[in-house]
Write a protein that binds this ligand. Structure first.
Ligand code: DAH
Length: 340
């Protein structure tokens, strides 16, 4: 009743999965002819049922096997065809294959990190959200002290466990206590990281900027060690030999405190002469205040240290002669590309 050979010939002509589905419906589906033939056996006598049943079962098995093997072959064909169509030729040039690069500020910061590492400093970034205790009290600025007004602070709504609002750190000096706690003594670390202030933005002020804070604490450190190290560090950071000058300066977390100026030789191509630059005010620094050491649980009779804080945009501005620090962050591609 079923011509297996003819069915197989029909199957061989099937070219894709849609046609195969049609084949399935015709013979094996709910109303396919083989399925219907099984159903029609209900009205036959037991003997007829037996012999026809065996024959039909054989037909069904053979057709099902042939169908399944065709299905496997066609599925594989389809997958291969799709893979071939999807091949990506990575050697092809595309019009928009422009490569990004670090910004000038990021490059100066990364360079500063390498220099500090080579001088034996640990690099830490700390946290940008801090408590008022960390930002002020831990560095010897009582919350009621007028020195807090030196910092136009940005407050967060969330409060710390002592009930004070969290703030965005206004200076990387706020990490001094954290660094001593985390690394213990002797300590030689820098924090090259972001700080935030509520500022009117202009060519020299931004609401976010990068500072490079350094702190060194050990036994027997004096101002002489400090001056020597600053001269080495600043020469490396500015990529030219600098001479430094220290003037008294007030910062609550250091005693004595200094403003450090630097000058260096400049070559004037017009005259062919080398001249000394003017003194350039570079950074605040000083010997770590005993109160800062005390808060961190360090005996100030036994240990001493020095700290400094410099603006990374200031370094970049001096190195590259940039007059307006807003260029560093305003995303002006003409500026970015000229340093890419
Ligand atoms: N924290 C100061 C500022 O943001 C900079 C500074 C001054 C850092 C003196 C120091 C320091 O470590 O000793 O203006």
């Amino acid at each position: 009743m079923f011509d297996i050979k003819a069915i197989k010939v029909e199957l061989a002509k099937v070219a894709n999965l849609e046609q195969l589905d049609l084949f399935f419906q015709t013979y094996l589906g709910k109303s396919g002819s083989i399925t219907l033939a099984f159903k029609a056996m209900g009205s036959l006598s037991p003997e007829e049922k037996k012999s026809l049943g065996q024959e039909l079962t054989q037909v069904k098995t053979q057709v099902t096997e042939a169908y399944e093997s065709t299905q496997r072959a066609l599925s594989a064909d389809q997958i291969n065809a799709q893979l071939n169509a999807d091949i990506v030729d990575s050697s092809l040039e595309t019009a928009d294959s422009e490569q990004g690069s670090y910004s000038l500020l990021a490059n100066v910061r990364r360079d500063a990190e390498e220099i500090c590492k080579s001088l034996g400093f640990i690099i830490e970034y700390g946290t940008e959200v801090v408590t008022k205790f960390e930002n002020f009290e831990s560095v010897n600025i009582p919350l009621t002290h007028p020195a807090t007004e030196m910092h136009d602070t940005i407050y967060l709504q969330d409060k710390d466990p002592s009930g004070e609002n969290f703030i965005l750190r206004t200076h990387t000096s706020s990490m001094q206590n954290y660094l001593i706690q985390k690394h213990g003594l002797p300590l030689k670390a820098v924090v090259p990281s972001r700080v935030y202030r509520y500022e009117n933005m202009d060519a020299h002020h931004d609401v976010m900027f990068y500072q490079l804070e350094g702190i060194v604490v050990d036994k027997g450190l004096s101002v002489a060690h400090f001056k020597d190290m600053m001269e080495k560090l600043l020469s490396a950071l500015l990529h030219k030999k600098v001479e430094t000058r220290m003037r008294p300066g007030y910062f609550p977390f250091v005693e004595p405190g200094f403003e450090i100026d630097a000058r260096y030789e400049i070559y004037d191509p017009a005259t062919g002469k080398k001249e000394l630059s003017k003194w350039i005010e570079l950074l605040g620094a000083g010997m770590v205040h005993p109160n800062v050491l005390k808060v961190a649980g360090v005996d100030s009779d036994e240990r001493s240290g020095f700290a400094f804080g410099i603006g990374i945009s200031r370094l970049a501005a001096i190195r590259y002669g940039i007059k307006d620090i807003r260029y560093f962050t305003n995303g002006d591609l003409r500026f970015a590309k000229s340093f890419a």
